[in-house]
Design a protein around this ligand. Structure first.
Ligand code: NAD
Length: 317
């Protein structure tokens, strides 16, 4: 499906007059590449903050949705980045990120533009792409996110940012309207390092939480009673008290919706594979994460890639 031509897109979004720039921030022209589940909402929040957003995605439907949110859609990534103050990418993996930056961003965007990759990718590729951008005269950060589609739509993501102090300061202005927290993790690639270590821990404690609930039940404990005890005892963790894998127990979570929505098991597996690569390159011992990766391989292999990652509890019962 083809997206609207730029003139039509500009005519149709018609919401610019209602934009309210955040206090203390200047209005920028921002190219946004990758308008999927996450990027679509993030681009819309940049529009809401008053910025002019030049949107590109390979999928016509994603470009059309961006136009509905007030973005200006482009046919080509190289065209979208011309004449902008910042470029944000939200793409599926490291090889796509590298090909977009080398093919359509570096050398096409003005060197004064700050570049931000918000995708979750491997640390090595993040550092390589930032090195290429810096050699060409750009300031660039890796800025992966914590928080799912709801946080992307609501502007409440947490950004963990790797790059120089100067690049971080410039990136922060772009990231603020999309997040509740923007944290400098250190040098280039450290945002991805933080993201991968965080999600490795999440994968491990979700499986641990599932095992504990499944065993408690087999030992004759009511799940709610176990929750009441463990949520105020030393076994307490985020997977239990914010994202409980048992339906009807704890706050509302994907378990209450047949494990739909939330964070897909396929994405958890992607992050655990990235963690294994990072562990190997850093010679780090991660025996529990290796086991978690194997369990999610089996779970996803059984046709559950799109099921919420907490649904793995059903394999333990
Ligand atoms: P998605 O598949 O919904 O969106 C990716 C988009 O990129 C798609 O619309 C696709 O058409 C587009 N795309 C692919 N190649 C492209 C190219 N060469 N040029 C332009 N567009 C291209 O994925 P998503 O869920 O939005 O995730 C994006 C990133 O965010 C991933 O790295 C993911 O790991 C990370 N992430 C996702 C979540 C989540 O809950 N979905 C949470 C945290 C982080």
């Amino acid at each position: 499906m083809s997206h609207l031509p730029r003139s039509e897109a500009s005519r149709r979004h018609g919401r610019r007059s209602a934009r309210r720039p955040l206090q203390g921030y200047s209005i920028m022209k921002i190219a946004f590449i990758g308008l999927g589940n996450m990027g679509g909402g993030m681009a819309a929040n940049l529009v809401k903050a008053g910025h002019e957003v030049h949107a590109f995605d390979l999928m016509g439907a994603a470009r059309d949705a961006a136009v509905q949110h007030g973005c200006v859609a482009f046919d080509d990534a190289g065209e979208a980045v011309k004449d902008v103050d910042a470029v944000v990418t939200m793409l599926p993996n490291g090889s796509i990120v590298k090909s977009v930056y080398t093919g359509s961003v570096i050398g096409k965007a003005p060197t004064g533009a700050v570049l931000l990759d918000c995708s979750t990718i491997d640390v090595a590729t993040a550092r390589e792409v930032i090195g290429l951008a810096e050699s060409a005269g750009y300031a660039m950060v890796d800025a992966p996110v914590s928080g799912g589609i709801a946080a992307a739509n609501g502007g409440t993501l947490t950004f963990m940012v790797g790059g120089s102090g100067e690049a971080f300061a410039r990136a922060r202005e772009v990231l603020d309207p999309m997040g509740k927290a923007v944290i400098h993790a250190g040098d280039a690639g450290n945002g991805q390092a933080a993201k991968i270590c965080n999600n490795m821990l999440l994968g491990i404690h979700m499986i641990g939480t599932c095992e504990a609930f499944a065993m408690a039940e087999k030992l004759g404990l009511d799940p709610q009673t176990f929750y009441d005890i463990s949520s105020v005892s030393s076994g307490q963790c985020w997977s239990m008290t914010s994202y409980c894998p048992v339906p009807g127990v704890g706050p509302q979570s994907p378990a209450d919706n047949e494990y739909q929505g939330g964070f897909a098991a396929g994405l958890m597996l992607k992050d655990l594979r990235l963690a294994m690569d990072a562990a190997e390159s850093a010679d780090a011992a991660v025996p529990l994460a290796q086991r978690a990766r194997a369990l999610y391989e089996d779970y996803v292999g059984a046709g559950n890639a799109d099921v919420d990652f907490s649904g793995i509890i059903r394999t333990l019962k």
